[in-house]
Ligand binder design. Structure first.
Ligand code: CAA
Length: 261
């Protein structure tokens, strides 16, 4: 697929950077952009050398200012359902990606933009970032998973407050309520993202994948089933060379050399 609305780059070995690239409409997500995101995530997921996927928005003003309101305005019920399902496919693909996916939120992350950030494993925000679910201002509830992922991230009451008032939340508050993991100066966001990606890329790749899988799959199970899943994934790691290397390197007091096997 040739991308017209996103950029997919590999700034360093194993580190992929997806930029939503429609700055004139503050990177609003239209159907084509959602399909391109899905295609890009599928491509990264199929790359055995991939270690981390970073997602950001083009320009300095917005990460993503939501679903494309101009495209939605005249939609029928059927078209709205199709649009939501398109968005859901892209968001689910991010969550299911085998490598960690980190959102670098460089400005407005509203509506579908907040939902895109929530579908990433965690969020680093510029100090200029603004989050929110303003859909009720437009006469709709969220449609890309916000009613489900926001309460899972920040709790039901806090999510309901934001979903029903449409109140915008600045970066520092977003960190305080657990929506965002780190905040940094806007000018340093990309460098911070790359620094963290490098840190993750240096770890045992299979162990990183298993840890993500355990958290994401376990979140939908009861505690005992989730812990049984963790046991299974823990045991699977013992089939890898990298876990032998990691433990041997520790005991020999030297840095490990992981080979993704
Ligand atoms: N869809 C389409 N176009 C958008 C857009 C969106 N979500 N957000 C911004 N734009 C466009 C504007 O129409 C404008 O275009 P023109 O230059 O052609 O007029 C351009 O981007 C710049 O935007 P503004 O002039 O509005 O910029 P601002 O600095 O005055 O305001 C903003 C910035 C507060 C983010 C404001 O643009 C805004 O409120 N945007 C909409 C946010 C929103 O409601 N998002 C939710 C969308 S619904 C959704 O996402 C549903 C879902 O869950 C699936």
């Amino acid at each position: 697929m040739v991308y017209k609305n996103i950029l997919l780059e590999q700034p360093e070995a194993g580190i992929h950077l997806l930029t939503v690239n429609r700055p004139k409409s503050l990177n609003a997500l239209n159907a084509a952009t959602l399909d391109e995101i899905l295609s890009a995530v599928t491509r990264v997921a199929a790359d055995g050398q991939a270690r981390v996927l970073l997602i950001t928005g083009a320009g300095e003003k917005a990460f993503v200012a939501g679903a494309d309101i101009a495209e939605m305005r005249d939609a029928t019920i059927e078209q709205a359902r199709d649009f939501s399902e398109r968005g859901m496919r892209a968001m689910h693909a991010l969550e299911a990606a085998p490598v960690p996916v980190i959102a670098l939120v460089n400005g407005y992350a509203l509506g579908g933009g907040c939902e895109l950030a929530l579908a990433c494993d965690w969020i680093i925000a510029a100090d200029t970032a603004v989050f929110g679910q303003p859909e009720v201002n437009l006469g709709i509830p969220p449609g890309f998973g916000g009613t489900q992922r926001l309460p899972r991230r920040i709790g039901q009451a806090g999510a309901l407050e934001l979903l029903t008032t449409a109140r915008p939340v600045k970066a520092e508050e977003a960190r305080a309520i657990g929506l965002v993991s780190q905040v940094c100066p806007a000018a340093e966001l990309r460098a911070r993202g790359l620094e963290i990606a490098r840190l993750i890329a240096a770890k045992a790749p299979v162990a990183v994948r298993l840890a993500k899988q355990a958290v994401l799959r376990g979140a939908n199970l009861d505690l005992f089933a989730a812990c049984a899943l963790e046991t299974e994934l823990f045991a699977q790691a013992f089939a890898t060379q990298d876990r032998r290397e990691g433990m041997t390197a520790f005991l020999e007091k030297r840095p490990p050399r992981f080979e993704n096997r």
